[in-house]
Every structure is written in structure tokens, then in C-alpha cells.
Design a protein around this ligand. Structure first.
Ligand code: 1BN
Ligand code: ZN
Length: 341
């Protein structure tokens, strides 16, 4: 029954995405010649083809269609603010998926003191062992902003879906051309969003935000693990069907350059743009402030449209955008691993 439900959810998502594209897509530039685009029928490029994820074999094994199912499952839990029963169900879902992939899973439970009172929070970590000491840390948040009827297809189900698919790919046996030395840690963070919301607007401050990330950075500093971290790569709001990721100003320059040059080489120069944005207050901040190289991959163009509104729904996101980000991550990880050795 669960599978049937999922299938109909995915079908509905595809239908919604196809309907929603219609007229607005006419004003958008033609899709760039990417390996992914080249695999699709080109004349005319149908809406469905532009939205679909390319086969996993063309994106380093990263399966964008599979990732979209993880996204739709999260959305089906409904609004998922910190401390809510729906977030608890989401945590069980994330842990269940990670375990089924063969990941070693750690949980960090803590109580955050927030402007609306203490809230129990949970970071979930998947750990893929390497032969060396260094750690590459991938981050996503999985809570949603405390706004009525907000289901967060883009913010935060999209990046959480990408990180689940990364976990599927790297936990369990994986080919020798992936990571050789570094340990890969994938952290699913709670409490990224500001908890205080007034008149439907989240009141973001440095104190009321990124609770999970601050907790993880502090715990890793205490344990000594933080010194082992070679790079932190955060993804946030990367499912937009018209994906544009600008260079975030607070991010570490060498890491940004490595990711953007890789994206260009893969044919995604129309998505990873050279323009700068921010600085954006986000989960990479606590690591940057502790001197750890970190980057935020974030598309913030939804500000003023569906960002932090109940319109952040399945029709705003596509499997292809998830596949592009996943492909870039898969290509970047071994380069970070080899760097400086
Ligand atoms: C990301 C997702 N953020 C909130 N939800 C961080 C952010 C805060 C981004 C303020 C831009 C402005
Ligand atoms: Zn948000």
C-alpha cells in the first residue's frame, strides 16, 4: 500500500510539475547543452524531458528520480517544524532509510533554548568509514519553518533528499573510484529555521537559527573531530525547477572554486552561476566561524515568490535539479579527498 501511495504521489508530482511549467517556461532561456540535456529528445524539448532526471549512469550513479521519491515522502508528512510529531516521523523515516542503505547511524539529541521555549532536537549522522583520518562533512537541514500549511518541498525536503541519495550511494559497497581515504559524514540537521514567527514571517537571528549546526560544530570541537574535517558542503533549497546557484560570499574561496569549476566541466555552467550572493546566514556559518572550510550551495531566487510560503510545494521542484546537485557532489568528493596529499 505504501508503494502504491508513493507511486501515485510521484505521478501527481510529475503532473503538477508539468502543468506548472507551461507558460512561464516560454520566457526562460533554452536548456543548456549538458550531458543530461543531451540525453533527452531535443526538438522540441518537452516539458517532461526538461524536468526528468537523467539516468543515474549519466550522473555518477546518483539517481535523481529516486531522490525525488525521498523528497515526496517528506512532503507527505506535512509541516515539519522542530519538536513536532511530523518531524519525529520524518526522523524515523530518515533513520530507517539510512539503516536500509547499510549506513552506520549516530543520533545526537539535545534541547535547544529558543524564544518560544525549550525544544527537543535531534541531529542524525550517517558515517561512511575511510582508510584515513580526514572527514568530509555533507550537511542538510530537515526541519521546516513554523508557518501554517508549509510543507517545504524545496526548503528543506530537496536537500535532505539529495543527502539521502548520497547516503544510498556511499553506504554499503561502492566502487573504488569513489572515496579512497577520507571518511564521509552526512549530517541531517534539526532546527535550522528561526523558531519565532510573527505574522507568518520567521524572525531569523543569529541566536534563533541553525541550532543543529551549532550543536554539531560544538560537539565535534569537544571530541576533537572538528580538526579532522577537510571540508563542509551544505546544500539548502536546491530543488527549484529553474535552479540557479550563486557563489555565497561567506563560503571558503578554494572550495567554492573547486565546486564551480567541476560544475562547469560537467556542463552545468547555466546553473552554477559566477554571480555572488549573500552572505547568507545558514548551517555552514558555525563551521566557518570555527575556521573549517565550508560552502553553502543555495538557490535563493525563490525569495519574494514561494520561499517561506505555503506555496513551497511539489510543483516547484524537479528530479533534474536534484540530479544536477548530486552529480556535482559525486564528482567533487574525490577531488576534495585527493587535495593536499
Ligand atoms: C535557508 C532556508 N535559510 C532559511 N531557510 C537561511 C536564510 C536565512 C536564507 C535568511 C536567507 C535569509
Ligand atoms: Zn527556510
Amino acid at each position: 500500500m505504501a508503494l502504491g501511495f508513493l507511486a501515485s504521489l510521484s505521478g501527481l508530482a510529475g503532473l503538477l510539475a508539468a502543468c506548472a511549467l507551461g507558460s512561464s517556461n516560454a520566457e526562460k532561456p533554452a536548456p543548456a547543452e549538458t550531458p543530461a540535456a543531451a540525453a533527452q529528445p531535443t526538438s522540441p524539448m518537452t516539458t517532461a524531458a526538461a524536468e526528468a532526471a537523467p539516468p543515474a549512469a549519466q550522473t555518477g550513479g546518483f539517481d535523481g528520480a529516486q531522490a525525488f521519491e525521498y523528497l515526496a515522502r517528506q512532503v507527505a508528512f506535512g509541516p515539519r517544524p522542530a519538536g513536532s510529531p511530523a518531524l519525529s516521523r520524518t526522523q524515523d523515516y530518515i533513520k530507517g532509510q539510512l539503516t536500509s542503505f547499510g549506513c552506520a547511524v549516530d543520533e545526537d539529541n539535545f534541547t535547544a533554548q529558543t524564544p518560544i521555549g525549550p525544544i527537543r532536537m535531534k541531529n542524525i549522522l550517517a558515517k561512511v568509514p575511510g582508510s584515513g583520518r580526514e572527514i568530509i562533512l555533507l550537511l542538510t537541514h530537515y526541519d521546516t519553518v513554523r508557518i501554517n500549511n508549509f510543507v517545504g518541498a524545496n526548503d528543506s525536503a530537496s536537500s535532505t533528499a539529495v543527502m539521502l541519495e548520497m547516503a544510498r550511494l556511499y553506504c554499503g559497497p561502492h566502487p573504488a573510484d569513489k572515496l579512497r581515504t577520507a571518511n564521509l559524514w552526512i549530517a541531517f540537521l534539526d532546527g535550522e529555521e528561526a523558531q519565532l514567527v510573527r505574522d507568518g514571517v520567521a524572525q531569523w537571528t543569529d541566536e534563533d537559527s541553525v541550532y543543529g549546526s551549532r550543536e554539531l560544530a560544538a560537539r565535534m570541537a569537544l571530541s576533537g573531530d572538528l580538526k579532522r574535517v577537510k571540508a563542509v558542503v551544505l546544500a539548502d533549497m536546491i530543488g527549484d525547477r529553474d535552479l540557479h546557484i550563486q557563489r555565497e560570499r561567506e563560503s571558503t574561496p578554494w572550495l567554492t572554486e573547486l565546486i564551480w569549476s567541476t560544475a562547469k566541466r560537467l556542463g552545468y555552467g547555466n546553473i552554477f552561476l559566477d554571480e555572488q550572493q549573500g552572505p547568507v546566514g545558514d548551517d555552514h556559518g558555525p563551521f566557518i566561524r570555527r575556521g573549517v572550510p565550508a560552502v553553502d550551495l543555495i538557490d535563493f531566487e525563490s525569495q519574494g515568490t514561494f520561499w517561506h510560503t505555503p506555496q513551497d510545494t511539489l510543483d516547484k521542484v524537479t528530479p533534474r535539479s536534484l540530479a544536477v546537485v548530486g552529480h556535482v557532489l559525486v564528482e567533487v568528493l574525490p577531488q576534495i579527498d585527493r587535495r593536499g596529499r
